[in-house]
Design a protein around this ligand. Structure first.
Ligand SMILES: [Zn+2]
Length: 228
């Protein structure tokens, strides 16, 4: 693909992204803008896979039983399977049964369950596969390697010289630039934290009010009993 074709493609992708909800759009916009030629090509390939073209998601087909899998655990919220194309023997995939693409979309109770499961299974996988280490891998977005748009956690048993690589080149960035990004993140994060706390506060106030009301009712009942 030449440079001109690539830029045209980048523009088309950016246009498509605008149709998505803002949260997803802003994430993808940045990824597309910064993507290399290879990354863009991989991204398009992922876009064209069946689960991304209105066809049913691959993981959802495991969940519904349309495609057979090797199940390790299943309940109402989560499913854990062994990958049929494992990176190493014992490669486990843990996913929510409901279709979510990104971690921020998943309800806390289900997310807690997923990570509690990962925590519980890690030593068991180490022991049974005799692995020397474990990688816990989550990809968010096609450019990051998320080929199936259904959130999943990969538990990968690791062995010396197993040809799996999560390494990256360390880039140079001056401290001022890093601090600038940190300020931006903190400013936004603070707002989110405050919003969450205020929501919690309101919930607690409501609960307290309800409690007070029920106590008042009890008292009235008690008094009524004593009045002949
Ligand atoms: Zn799905």
């Amino acid at each position: 693909m030449n440079k001109e074709e690539l830029e045209k493609l980048r523009e088309q992708l950016l246009e498509q992204v605008e149709k998505l909800p803002e949260k997803q759009a802003s994430m993808l916009r940045e990824q597309i803008k910064n993507a290399s030629a290879e990354q863009l090509e991989a991204f398009i390939k992922a876009q064209q896979s069946p689960d991304q073209q209105g066809g049913e998601c691959f993981f959802c087909q495991f969940i519904s039983g349309k495609i057979e899998t090797v199940k390790i655990y299943e309940d109402a919220d989560i499913l854990a399977i062994l990958d049929i194309y494992p990176s190493n023997p014992g490669h486990m995939i843990v996913m929510p049964k409901k279709h979510f693409e990104f971690i921020y979309e998943i309800p806390d109770s289900i997310l807690n369950k997923i990570f509690l499961f990962v925590k519980t299974l890690e030593p068991i996988i180490l022991e049974t596969t005799k692995a020397q280490a474990i990688s816990i891998y989550i990809a968010q977005g096609a450019i990051a390697g998320q080929t199936i748009r259904h959130f999943s956690v990969n538990i990968i048993p690791r062995f010396e010289n197993d040809d799996i690589s999560f390494e990256w080149q360390k880039k140079k960035q001056n401290k001022k630039e890093i601090e600038k990004i940190a300020t931006k993140i903190k400013k936004k994060a603070e707002k989110v934290v405050i919003e969450n706390f205020e929501k919690e506060k309101k919930k607690e106030e409501k609960k307290k009010k309800k409690q007070e009301e029920s106590e008042a009712q009890k008292m009235i009942k008690h008094i009524k009993k004593r009045i002949p």
